[in-house]
Design a protein around this ligand. Structure first.
Ligand SMILES: C[S@@+](CC[C@H](N)C(=O)[O-])C[C@H]1O[C@@H](n2cnc3c(N)ncnc32)[C@H](O)[C@@H]1O
Length: 372
């Protein structure tokens, strides 16, 4: 049964396709971003306890405050240029930018008063929410661009941050037949009234740049995702030419883990109301859809434009950034505020919680000295 605009739009597209099947990338794109009813369309949804899932940002302000230390290190490694921008894409309601700015303020960094804050945001409703939150503190140092293409000729020195952006990019689903990779798309089964997986007609030649990087010694039927949008994105950021750092925080795997025979159905998942499963064709438009990021592919696509300064888990990364703060607490009786921040630190860094689930890939270029 079709229960919303996303689903009726998809059913109409499938019917008009001539083959009764459209790519999963199209389905994911519309399920998340169709202006009339996509999961991420309109105004930003709540993330965190009252939303469908947690992110590191939604755990509390500590995450952004610690990332602010990485911003300062990058600025210092650039020789403290007078013009410096903090760029974010996937900024949602502006919470992370607010926390990073607050971190700069609390540590007395001059960047709190001098840096420019740029959000890459295509959606009007999101820009409005970001302006409400950030406008009063940042004034005319806050601006927006709709896409990364606009960064060409833009900021010269920058720290570009994304938290759980790439996992929300539409992906293609592919299957190994025993001889070749084919694309698995989505059709409509009128008898059951459900969306179903169906092979796309023809070969998956349009995905060759991605499938050529996949192993071929897999059992027939092995299914996974490829992420050309993430590769295009990183190349696009590369073209922007700013000196500084690009920090990608997300859940993800390198190819050997991603393409293990123990993961025969890929990593596609849906989230709703803090539940997660692989029934991604159910509840389209009402659930978040996501995949693990193929970090090996991100790094290959970045080669030539960026150096990999760091590729580690969130726990290690944040613990290093937090060391001066943790040392400053020694011997001080914890106030309720400090106790709350220590709880956030535990959630963000403990291996059993977010510490190893999330990964930090820090790419740099044009620094005068390595990051400390
Ligand atoms: C999983 S949410 C993460 C939100 C936030 N960064 C956080 O960590 O709490 C993914 C976000 O990416 C945004 N997004 C997806 N594609 C985007 C694009 N091309 N440009 C800007 N934002 C995008 C969505 O609108 C959504 O806000």
């Amino acid at each position: 049964m079709l229960t919303n605009t996303v689903q009726s739009t998809l059913a109409a597209l499938i019917s008009a396709s001539g083959h009764g099947v459209i790519s999963f990338a199209k389905v994911m794109d519309l399920a998340l971003y169709l202006p009339t009813g996509g999961y991420y369309a309109g105004r930003p949804r709540r993330i965190g306890r009252k939303g469908d899932f947690y992110t590191s940002v939604s755990v509390g302000s500590l995450y952004g405050k610690l990332l602010a230390a990485s911003v300062v290190k990058t600025w210092e490694a650039l020789g403290k240029p007078a013009d410096f921008s903090l760029i974010e894409q996937g900024a949602h309601d502006g919470q992370l930018m607010e926390d990073m700015h607050q971190g700069l303020l609390e540590t007395g960094s001059p960047l709190a008063d001098t840096a420019h804050f740029l959000i890459v945001e295509p959606q009007e409703g999101y820009r409005a929410a970001q302006a409400e939150r950030l406008g009063p503190r940042l004034g005319d140092r806050l601006s927006w661009e709709s896409g990364i293409e606009a960064l060409v000729g833009g900021p010269q020195n920058a720290f570009f941050v994304t938290n759980e952006l790439l996992d929300a990019f539409p992906v293609h689903r592919v299957q190994w037949t025993g001889e070749d990779w084919i694309e698995i798309g989505v059709g409509w089964d009128a008898d059951s009234g459900e969306f179903i997986w169906r092979p796309m007609p023809g070969t998956a030649d349009h995905l060759k740049a991605e499938t050529d990087l996949l192993p071929r010694d897999l059992p027939a039927g092995h299914t996974t995702e490829v992420q050309p949008a993430a590769a295009r994105w990183i190349k696009g950021v590369g073209r922007s030419l700013f000196r500084g750092a690009l920090l990608i925080a997300d859940y993800g795997l390198d190819d050997d883990e991603y393409d293990s025979i123990e993961r025969p159905d890929g990593t596609l998942r849906r989230y709703w109301n803090h539940q997660m499963d692989g029934q991604v064709l159910s509840g389209l438009g009402e659930c978040d859809l996501t995949t693990h990021v193929r970090f090996s592919r991100v790094k290959t696509a970045a080669a030539g434009d960026f150096d990999v300064a760091l590729d580690t888990d969130q726990g290690r990364f944040l613990t290093k950034l937090a060391t001066p703060w943790l040392q400053s607490l020694e011997g001080i009786p914890p106030t309720p505020q400090i106790a709350a921040q220590l709880r956030q630190f535990h959630t963000l860094t403990h291996p059993g919680q977010m510490g190893t689930r999330f990964r930090i890939c820090l790419l740099t270029r044009g620094l005068n000295q390595p990051l400390s």
